[in-house]
Design a protein around this ligand. Structure first.
Ligand SMILES: Nc1ncnc2c1ncn2[C@@H]1O[C@H](COP(=O)(O)OP(=O)(O)O)[C@@H](O)[C@H]1O
Ligand SMILES: Cc1ncc(C[n+]2csc(CCOP(=O)(O)OP(=O)(O)O)c2C)c(N)n1
Ligand SMILES: [Mg+2]
Ligand SMILES: [Mg+2]
Ligand SMILES: [Mg+2]
Length: 323
């Protein structure tokens, strides 16, 4: 495999976004805009976010872009572009890299996104670092700091399936549930839903990459509120409940990589949010409430009992904290 030949193979032959001024092939990419622009970046590393036993190259590409699109969704924006920096180890073939790009394009196509550039270097482990860009109506970014007392807490889809799928892939062959494996490999970032909510006056959004225990704490801190979660209301799929009954709730709270949206909405705008979800046949579950607070935190309720929900979940560089 040779760098320039590979780039030629990976470059798109046309662009879906009409704002492209200069695509791949010069020193940098150029586009024209009069709207607010969102930038996000997320990286996937072999043996940290995936391994050759858990994901084929196609799924690696798809999910690396999905993680980025999920952050665009969490800002309420409409996905438009992505660039890809690639570190390629010796054991990855050119065909595998092309497959990885096919995986990205499968998701990119859904949102009309264009690949606009990147970088290719050789190294020891596969690293896919993506930067994605989206459009927003002026002033309509959906911040973690936007939750207010009286709001309702909601989440899209179901929680914990991705962690269940990972368990299947690492420890059970053949897997009990193809559904869980699929949810791990091919998550569905909720960017269409989020951008259709641009009409709402106020909306708080965060995407679920580390698990809602972590994401709800980010909302509590950024907004200066207490977030209440009702354990009995957590949306958990039939598959996860039946294959991993003892783990389902724990993984719904801190399994991570669901790439669903966790958010808060006012009582007044709740109906519009539900109508949008129904129209898309997408599940939205109200799982709690927001109250005012001097000490931001998350409480998890189970019947009469309430306890603090700590931001457990996947944290990188954790082993270095004590040094
Ligand atoms: N190495 C870094 N350099 C600069 N900014 C960073 C770095 N890592 C994370 N950030 C920023 O910190 C914020 C939180 O990042 P992260 O927790 O990864 O978000 P998410 O979970 O939504 O992907 C983002 O604004 C991100 O751009
Ligand atoms: C082989 C393998 N081991 C472990 C995991 C689990 N895992 C890896 S990273 C991660 C959390 C999300 O990744 P991060 O880079 O923190 O995403 P961000 O919050 O920045 O979007 C999880 C749950 C996995 N997906 N694959
Ligand atoms: Mg990140
Ligand atoms: Mg995020
Ligand atoms: Mg992210």
């Amino acid at each position: 495999m040779e760098e320039f030949e590979l780039i030629r193979r990976l470059s798109p032959s046309y662009y879906r976004q009409s704002s492209v001024v200069k695509g791949i092939g010069d020193d940098a990419f150029v586009f024209r805009s009069s709207e607010d622009i969102v930038f996000t970046t997320d990286t996937m590393v072999e043996d940290v976010h995936f391994s050759k036993s858990t994901m084929a190259p196609h799924a690696v590409g798809y999910r690396a872009l999905a993680a980025n699109v999920s952050d665009l969704a969490a800002m309420g924006s409409e996905p438009a572009f992505y660039s890809v920096s690639l570190v390629v180890p010796p054991d990855w073939t050119e065909e595998e890299i092309v497959e990885l790009y096919d995986g990205m394009d499968e998701l990119g196509r859904v949102f009309g996104m264009d690949l606009i550039g990147g970088d290719t270097v050789s190294g020891k482990q596969l690293v896919v670092a993506i930067t994605a860009h989206g459009y927003l109506q002026k002033g309509k970014a959906r911040y973690r700091s936007a939750a207010r007392p009286g709001d309702l807490l909601f989440v899209t889809g179901t929680l914990g399936d991705s962690r269940g799928g990972l368990e299947e892939l690492l420890h059970s062959s053949p897997p009990f549930s193809e559904y869980l494996v699929q949810r791990h490999r091919y998550p569905e970032p909720r960017a269409v839903f989020a951008s259709r909510l641009q009409g709402l006056n106020r909306l708080c959004l965060n995407d679920v990459s580390d698990g809602i225990a972590s994401e709800a704490n980010e909302i509590a801190s950024a907004s200066g509120v207490t977030v209440h979660v009702d354990r009995e209301l957590l949306p958990i799929s039939e598959s996860l409940r039946s294959v991993y009954p003892e783990k389902a709730v724990e993984w719904a709270l801190s399994g991570g990589e669901d790439f669903e949206l966790l958010g808060t909405v006012s009582e007044q705008e709740k109906e519009e949010l539900l109508r949008t979800a129904e129209h898309m046949k997408m599940r939205v579950t109200f799982i709690g409430t927001i109250t005012s607070s001097d000490a931001p935190r998350v409480l998890i309720h189970s019947g009469e009992k309430a306890e603090t929900l700590l931001p457990t979940g996947y944290t990188h560089l954790q082993e270095r904290r004590s040094q």
